[in-house]
Write a protein that binds this ligand. Sequence first.
Ligand code: 4NP
Length: 146
Amino acid sequence: MKILMVCLGNICRSPLAEGIMQHLAKENGLDWEVDSAGTGNWHVGQGPDHRSTRTAHNHGINISGQVCRLFRVSDFDTFDHIFVMDKNNLSDILAKARNKEDAKKVKLLLDDKIVPDPYYDDEQFEPVFKMIEEGCKETIKQLRPG
Ligand code: 4NP
């Protein structure tokens, strides 16, 4: 299974989602490949925001080695599922879909709510971590074999 996590900047939410999903997949004995990307190019080549790195570290997850990159259309070919954090991400990625098959791969990580952008509020990183963790746990339940 190949999973891509997407947000706007690829420095706050989707790096957390990548790290959390990798961690949980490993814990569950699942050999899943997980990556992340952004729809905006401001931070390409940089590591995750230090607040995301610290929050992940507080939960025993190391995301410091990640490097920010842009979403690319070929990601539709590479990945089985593309999880986005909010509705802007959803419309930005769906706008790049070439056909129904591409579009079918794209879903909000949390079915019924968005993961808000924590960039301008330090206090949001811990709640965002918890929301993403909940989404990843639910995703594993739904996608794990057997
Ligand atoms: P993210 O947060 O989408 O969770 O990575 C953001 C990070 C940076 C910016 C926006 C959102 N920015 O505008 O630079």
